[in-house]
Design a protein around this ligand. Structure first.
Ligand SMILES: Cc1cc2nc3c(=O)[nH]c(=O)nc-3n(C[C@H](O)[C@H](O)[C@H](O)COP(=O)(O)O)c2cc1C
Length: 191
């Protein structure tokens, strides 16, 4: 689909797991977040609280707290890390975006995830890499992560849904996109 920048952006985005420490310029990050909040929402609730952490020291500490919690609980995701003595769930990325959803909104989780996809794609369109980190929301919802939930100023009315790191890629190789086209089936309604 050469010539269609949106299709090219969608097809070329990949999760990035090595980052440079230099953060992307804040004016670009703000545009990326604006794209997030332009996602559709059920009943136009805009049920999210979006929190951005750009403090490198805080991110290192937060990363350590998640890894400690994962080790203590024997978290299944630990098996994905090759070097088990040096685990960094946030991959040293300079930015973390956490999206929490209003518990009272009808489809807050879906809305938050749509906002996140906009953020990933808008970031990629500016050459900024991303990787969703499942353990962030899981940790924040766990009693072990409650202090951090407060520090990230997530309102009590909201529940952490999804998070991504953002930053410039420091990967030499770009992961390939393998997708199973057979999962798409055109049906005629005759069974
Ligand atoms: C809900 C969700 C949770 C994810 N959690 C993690 C994670 O904790 N750590 C990680 O490295 N990648 C995580 N990923 C990224 C996936 O591994 C990645 O999207 C998948 O392997 C496809 O690769 P691609 O994003 O490069 O196309 C997550 C993706 C999604 C959608």
């Amino acid at each position: 689909m050469a010539g269609n920048p949106i299709v090219e952006c969608i097809l070329s985005r990949r999760s990035i797991r090595r980052y440079r420490s230099t953060p992307p310029p804040m004016d670009i990050v703000k545009i990326v977040l604006q794209c997030g909040i332009h996602a559709p929402t059920a009943r136009h609730c805009e049920p999210w609280a979006i929190r951005v952490v750009a403090d490198a020291a805080a991110l290192e500490k937060f990363d350590g707290a998640i890894v400690d919690w994962m080790r203590k609980t024997g978290h299944a995701a630990l098996q994905f890390f090759q070097n088990s003595s040096q685990i960094h769930v946030l991959y040293h990325a300079p930015l973390l975006v956490v999206i929490a959803g209003d518990r009272g909104a009808p489809l807050a989780q879906v809305d938050c995830i749509l906002a996140m996809e906009n953020i990933l794609l808008a970031a990629h369109s500016f050459g900024i890499g991303s990787c969703i980190i499942a353990s962030v929301a899981e940790f924040l919802k766990n009693p072990a992560g409650k202090e951090w939930e407060k520090m990230f100023q997530i309102p009590k009315s909201h529940e952490p849904v999804i998070a991504t790191v953002l930053g410039y890629s420091d990967q030499e190789e770009w992961p390939t996109a393998v997708r199973d086209g057979a999962k798409i089936v055109f049906v005629d309604g005759e069974g």
